[in-house]
Design a protein around this ligand. Structure first.
Ligand code: SF4
Ligand code: SF4
Length: 474
């Protein structure tokens, strides 16, 4: 622990000294469960994202796993698409689109991602739900933690951690199932023959989930997440944030439901602190916008409930913008202001990249070829004075059908393929073969540009031209 001693007064004969600790010990947060519009939205997204995450690897396509990133064979299956590492450009496009979407959503609605769809939020929500089922809601959990260790307490804790661990390991199992066929992996788990790497990654990912959602929780958002650090740079005065209407709420104070609070000189905030109790990061939204706020809207939900109970208008804590708060804007004014130049630019760039990636995928030829010159024999003279160059062709069949490929070569007078001009490439196979190319005697010495032409006999979409050079020695 580090500490420092500072004088409380800069001048004076006898400065009083106090010790300030620079280390703040972590205080466990017990978020109270809440219901309401934004909570329903968050749970809808929890369900949606988790159904996709846990369900996708079990879907089949053409008799194989529909989504599989097979790192060992360096093939990535996405529905009907078979991608090779050479298709990395599509992953780049996807990452650029994800980043732009994040900029766009953040500019419009602040930390929408953090509050509703980020895995840290989603898994914390699920772990909190399990915790609540076993130990009860906030007050019961606080009481249990304050109790001395007993059989009943140990039993509850063991049950909770057991459920967390099971869920976390299932999450790790599913994650690894995106990289090795999940049905095969399940059979290996059942038969106890799971490989060392798979076992390592299942436990690694599982324990990361257990640690992050069970223990670290808000600390991941506060101290570890890089997005939390730079997202404020994307905010402006028209970005939606969760705000407390201090003009309406202050001066805060407790009161009975039937009391005329205006007569008593009070604002709408009944100082129930429920907004603090439900907050997953443990902050008080009434202190203004804080970087710890993940924009989940739990405080807005619970405050609306309180307002309903007291018969006050909802929206003391709500999603709004700084401009709307200062200018007293209506909902429609806020929505209109969402379509500001910055947002339109983000949207246009995002749409342009999405269209480019889509068109490129549509026009993509489902076969690739790499031509490599045989370095062992650059050029040689063969029968009847003909000059021969040897190439290694690596043909990648990105379809799930056998392809019979016709090879041809153009670019010099009399140039021809001297080896077998037809090659069969099995579904998703990468076939490497040596190809001999010859030209008649009399060709000028030097390097000549030539083109390999590959045509599939069965699929008109497969037609590739690959440039290389032909060497004629002096
Ligand atoms: S929940 Fe609403 S009324 Fe209660 S303390 Fe928070 S802001 Fe005030
Ligand atoms: S202050 Fe409100 S919106 Fe922000 S994290 Fe806490 S509960 Fe969620």
């Amino acid at each position: 622990m580090s500490s420092t001693t500072v004088p409380t007064t800069p001048t004076g004969p006898e400065p009083e000294e106090v010790e300030i600790s620079l280390y703040q010990s972590h205080k466990k947060i017990y978020p109270k469960s809440v219901s309401g519009l934004f909570t329903r939205w968050r749970w809808a997204l929890v369900w949606l994202t988790q159904i996709v995450f846990y369900g996708l690897p079990w879907l089949n396509w053409n008799g194989r796993q529909a989504v599989l990133f097979d790192l060992l064979s360096r093939r990535f299956y996405l529905g009907g698409l078979v991608l090779y590492p050479q298709d990395f450009i599509y992953l780049t496009g996807l990452l650029v689109m994800s980043a732009l979407s994040l900029f766009l959503f953040t500019a419009v609605a602040g930390r929408l991602w953090c509050g509703y769809a980020c895995p840290q939020t989603v898994y914390t929500e699920i772990f909190l739900w399990i915790e609540k089922q076993v130990e009860g809601d906030r007050a019961a959990r606080m009481r249990l933690d304050a109790q001395p260790l007993s059989g009943a307490k140990a039993g509850r804790k063991a049950l909770k951690h057991g459920a967390w661990l099971l869920f976390a390991l299932w999450t790790g199992f599913t994650f690894v199932g995106y990289f090795t066929p999940i049905r095969h992996q399940m059979a290996e788990v059942v038969s106890g023959s799971l490989g060392a790497w798979q076992t390592f990654w299942i436990f690694f990912y599982g324990f990361a989930t257990y640690g992050n959602a069970g223990f670290m929780r808000e600390q991941v958002c506060k101290y570890m997440c890089p997005y939390a650090r730079f997202q404020s740079a994307m905010f402006d005065k028209d970005t939606l944030i969760v705000t407390y209407d201090a003009v309406r709420g202050e001066p805060r104070g407790s009161r009975g439901k039937k009391v005329d609070y205006k007569e008593k000189g009070l604002g709408s905030c009944v100082d129930c602190t429920l907004c603090v109790q439900v907050c997953p990061t443990g902050i008080d939204i009434r202190k203004g916008l804080q970087y710890e706020c993940i924009g989940c809207g739990a405080c807005a939900d619970v405050c609306d409930e309180v307002m309903d109970k007291f018969g006050y208008a909802r929206g003391l804590v709500k999603y709004s913008t700084q401009n709307a708060m200062t200018g007293g804007w209506s909902q429609s004014q806020i929505v209109r202001r969402a379509l500001r130049p910055r947002v339109l630019v983000y949207s246009a760039v995002l749409a342009a990249i999405a269209v480019a990636v889509g068109v490129s995928l549509y026009l993509r030829v489902p076969m690739k070829v790499d031509v490599i010159r045989d370095r062992g024999a650059l050029a040689r003279m063969v029968e009847q004075g003909r000059i021969e160059n040897v190439y290694r062709l690596q043909i990648m069949n990105a379809t799930e059908a056998r392809q019979t490929v016709q090879l041809a070569v153009e670019g010099m007078d009399g140039i021809a393929i001297a080896s077998e001009p037809t090659v069969d490439v099995l579904p998703t196979e990468v076939r490497t073969l040596a190809v001999r190319v010859q030209v008649p005697p009399g060709a000028a010495s030097g390097s000549h540009p030539i083109v390999f032409k590959l045509r599939s006999a069965s699929d008109a979409a497969i037609h590739l031209d690959e440039k290389t050079t032909f060497l004629v020695p002096r």
